[in-house]
Unconditional design. Structure first.
Length: 471
């Protein structure tokens, strides 16, 4: 077991397979020494500066859901070829459909970090962020922060562990198995490749990189859970040990880095033990794991800002490990994060008079729209398709949404007039006899008209045509 870089802990501190690496952290005196030894230049990187650096230098890739295995292969080869002395590229296995799974490694330190992304094929944000990390290391390797990282750490990254799922933009692999429930059965070649790499490296810490549902929220009133962190448990009792202390401290470091960039949008995942999951078992096998779940950001820009957050999180966490600064992080900064909930929709229309199109008399309600994204190929090009559906209606005051519309004094109707434009004056048909194709009901498409009464019976001005997703 290796000491955390920058610490003076010795192997004699280690106690058994789970008492790894952070012997010094168990001892307050040691941690004090580590901090005292850290020169001023080892202050935490400025997250706003890292964010601006990402804006200026991030790799020009398609939107994260559109990145294919072919893009990953091309990018990995380009990274390796641009700096062959810096990066090593190795194939660690093949997917069910024979797509290569790669490990890109760099650094020469004694402390080993293992990161993997897109174990679920439709959870792509961190794959793009890993490429931005590689580019950052390549461009800035002569600068002290990166030179220190390369001296102190050996970093192994597996971008897109589930390439067959990514090709279909689906969670599961080509066998239809959720790889993240296959850590014990090991029936998936992708899972076997990850386990074999973990066992060979016996990495000192791991990062398991996912995306979570756009329904995920934090706090009351709810806000989007743009990044959720988890110090992964390795048993039902959620026992604390040095490994979990390290991952809690890393989560604290990440929280502090991301808070200025995503205030109120950071959360904590339930640390209930999942006996079949990779994060839990990798932790049990001796590599404590930090789970980073990327969540909703905004409807207008759902993909790029979350990649930027992942980049800042990863650079800051690796820097904290390389400098030993992580030893001074307070686990309470992680433990005090609000827990994930599911109180978020994509669009919420509040307080409208509902003309439902079902024959019922108008009533007052909030209407919530949820969305699902798929990737399809049209004319030889991959593109993201968004579907919007009404998911709830009634008193929805306990929920929030990425976009909220105040509809007090307005009437909401299904869009029975696709040609209607803002400012048009229209007449609503007789509700008792009208049976429009779409209605306002759970499961119906999110194609709606927001109408302002003119005062004349049945007459309205179109305030807004609301269209979430395709017709
Ligand atoms: Zn996932």
């Amino acid at each position: 077991m290796k000491a955390l870089p920058g610490s003076h802990a010795s192997r004699t501190h280690a106690r058994g397979p789970l008492a790894l690496t952070l012997a010094s952290l168990a001892c307050a005196a040691c941690a004090t020494v580590v901090l005292a030894q850290a020169p001023a230049s080892q202050a935490a990187p400025d997250p706003l500066a890292l964010s601006r650096l990402w804006d200026a230098e991030h790799v020009d890739l398609p939107a994260a859901p559109l990145v294919t295995h072919r893009d990953v292969e091309a990018r990995l080869n380009a990274v390796r070829d641009a700096s062959p002395g810096l990066f090593s590229l190795a194939e660690i296995g093949r997917s069910v459909e024979n797509r290569a799974i790669y490990d890109l490694s760099f650094g020469r330190g004694r402390f080993t970090v293992l990161l993997w992304s897109q174990m679920h094929g439709d959870e792509p944000s961190a794959t793009s962020a890993l490429f931005d990390l590689f580019e950052y290391v390549r461009r800035h390797r002569a600068e002290p922060a990166v030179a220190r990282m390369l001296d102190a750490l050996t970093i192994h990254a597996v971008p897109m562990l589930n390439p067959d799922g990514a090709e279909r933009f689906q969670r599961r692999n080509a066998q239809g198995i959720d790889i993240n429930r296959d850590a014990l059965h090991l029936q998936t070649p992708e899972g076997r490749a990850l386990k074999a790499l973990r066992d060979r490296l016996r990495a000192d810490v791991g990062f398991n990189l996912h995306n979570q549902s756009w329904r995920t929220s934090v706090s009351r009133p709810p806000r989007p859970a743009s990044i959720t962190l988890l110090s992964v448990a390795f048993d039902e009792a959620r026992t604390m040990n040095e490994g979990r202390l390290l991952t809690k401290r890393l989560c604290a470091v990440i929280r502090d880095a991301l808070e200025p960039l995503a205030p109120g949008r950071l959360g904590r995942y339930d640390d209930e033990y999942e006996v079949r999951a990779f994060g839990d078992n990798v932790t049990l096998w001796g590599t404590p794991v930090v789970l980073i779940e990327t969540g909703p950001w905004s409807l207008a820009e759902p993909d790029r800002p979350p990649v930027r957050l992942n980049f800042v999180a990863l650079v800051t966490a690796l820097d904290a490990l390389a400098t030993g600064r992580v030893a001074g992080a307070d686990p309470a900064r992680y433990e005090s994060l609000p827990m994930n909930e599911s109180q978020l929709y994509t669009v919420l229309i509040r307080g409208a008079t509902i003309w439902a199109g079902t024959g019922v008399a108008p009533f007052t309600a909030d209407v919530a729209v949820g969305t699902a994204r798929t990737v399809r190929t049209a004319n030889g090009r991959r593109e993201i398709a968004l579907t919007g559906r009404i998911e709830d209606l009634g008193d929805l005051r306990v929920y929030a949404a990425l976009e909220e519309i105040d509809a007090a004094g307005l009437t909401l109707a299904p869009n029975f007039l696709p040609s209607a434009r803002q400012g048009d004056t229209i007449t609503l048909p007789d509700r008792a006899t009208a049976r429009p194709q779409a209605t306002i009901a759970v499961g119906q498409p999110a194609q709606l008209l927001l109408l302002r009464p003119t005062g004349a019976p049945g007459s309205f001005v179109v305030e807004r045509a609301i269209a979430v997703g395709e017709r």
